[in-house]
Design a protein around this ligand. Structure first.
Ligand SMILES: C[S@@+](CC[C@H](N)C(=O)[O-])C[C@H]1O[C@@H](n2cnc3c(N)ncnc32)[C@H](O)[C@@H]1O
Length: 240
């Protein structure tokens, strides 16, 4: 029997897609978000609230920008960035070498559904624009809870389909341009998938219910840029 998946494409197709677009990922990201991605990442890490001496995990780290933002906002932290796409990790490692932050950061090939870390390892977990791509999202939340220390925080940044009809109108005018930009930047079908997968992704309320089902407390959702982006957060209960 085949396992039902939450995503439009398989994990293997996903990995191949990100490996294919890795080289131009950062440029495309800044272009498609009209430069707003930097601010979204800053707000995400501000919500994570990394502290000196803390240990952090970035799931679906890609080219590593959330890892580097943790380092911007806090000193003396240790961060693991994991991703199944080797080419994305290669870009992240190059950036870490250029920044000279090699001691603080490890980029590892791994999947959110089977984290190669001991339980109760991390003070905080962050994940940006990755959750939408995970085949079994509820299972992934269970893994995230497992590797968080009691009292540790999970913060997920994700693109969401706007709820307001007015914003949807603007969104529908803008999104056909996204695959076009992707084509120019050599991404082809990846950017059509981006638009389709955002429309297919559960509404914020349903994502918060998934956090609750996984066992998180203090669950919240912060809506950014007219609801086109959301930051979900939750805490592993302190007493368990
Ligand atoms: C859109 S990119 C986001 C990269 C980065 N977090 C950022 O903010 O730019 C999504 C990343 O999630 C990774 N990814 C997809 N499925 C994953 C999974 N099951 N486990 C871990 N990472 C995954 C992809 O390989 C890709 O690098």
């Amino acid at each position: 029997m085949t396992q039902e998946r939450d995503t439009l494409i398989s994990a293997e197709e996903n990995r191949e897609m990100f490996d294919r677009i890795a080289k131009n990922y950062d440029v495309a990201n800044h272009a498609i978000s009209m430069g707003m991605d930097k601010g979204w990442r800053q707000k995400t890490i501000a919500l994570l609230c990394p502290f000196r001496g803390g240990r952090y995990l970035d799931i679906g780290t890609g080219t590593g920008d959330l890892v580097f933002e943790i380092l911007n906002q806090s000193r003396n932290v240790l961060i693991d960035g994991i991703d199944p796409a080797e080419q994305m990790l290669a870009v992240a490692r190059n950036k870490a070498a250029t920044l000279g932050v090699g001691d603080a950061v490890s980029f590892l090939t791994a999947d959110a559904l089977d984290l190669p870390m001991e339980s109760k390892t991390f003070d905080g977990i962050v994940s940006g624009f990755c959750f939408r791509n995970i085949e079994q999202r509820q299972k992934a939340l269970g893994e995230m809870l497992r590797v968080l220390k009691p009292g540790g925080k999970l913060v997920i940044l994700e693109a969401t389909y706007p709820a307001s009809p007015f914003v949807r109108l603007g969104y529908r005018i803008y999104t056909p341009l996204v695959p076009l930009m992707g084509k120019i930047l050599g991404g082809g079908a990846a950017y059509k998938y981006l638009v389709d997968s955002i429309e297919d992704f559960p509404k914020p309320k349903a994502v918060m219910e998934m956090f609750n089902e996984a066992g998180f407390t203090e669950i919240a959702c912060k809506s950014l840029t007219f609801g086109t982006v959301s930051i979900f957060s939750g805490v592993r209960p302190a007493a368990d």
